[in-house]
Write a protein that binds this ligand. Sequence first.
Ligand code: ZN
Length: 158
Amino acid sequence: MSGADLAQGCVFCDALAEGRESPLVVYRGKTSYILLNLYPYNNGHLMIVPTRHVASLGETSVDERAELMELTRLAELVLGEAYRPHGMNVGINMGRAGGAGIVDHVHVHVVPRWEGDTNFMTSVGESRVLPESLEQTVERLKPVFARLAGGNLKAGAS
Ligand SMILES: [Zn+2]
């Protein structure tokens, strides 16, 4: 990956900066990586991000799109094992009007969901959101990624 593919001041590009990779990064693939959302909607809220600074799926290569979906699948498997959620949301917000917090670097959200958390956006001030710290989430998820990544990615590719 060349420096030209990264954009200065972009939180996703900065997360991979040489020598100070973000502690929120839980898995690195060839063209994409997975990191925790700094402001999670729920415990285990992950984002799958192409390493290259691209704003939309329209700008991604075939390889990048393929790995985005592989890593989305991996995130589903890891979160399923680590958190046993009742359901999940997988989605991409594009543009301010689409709800994107970071508009110029496309990313896929994977959010574990539990029965009764449906009003999570309004419950942040109450005690219903599980009080797991980001550090605890990283500790919980990294070993599961390490264990499931190789075999499942290979199985998915065959
Ligand atoms: Zn970027």
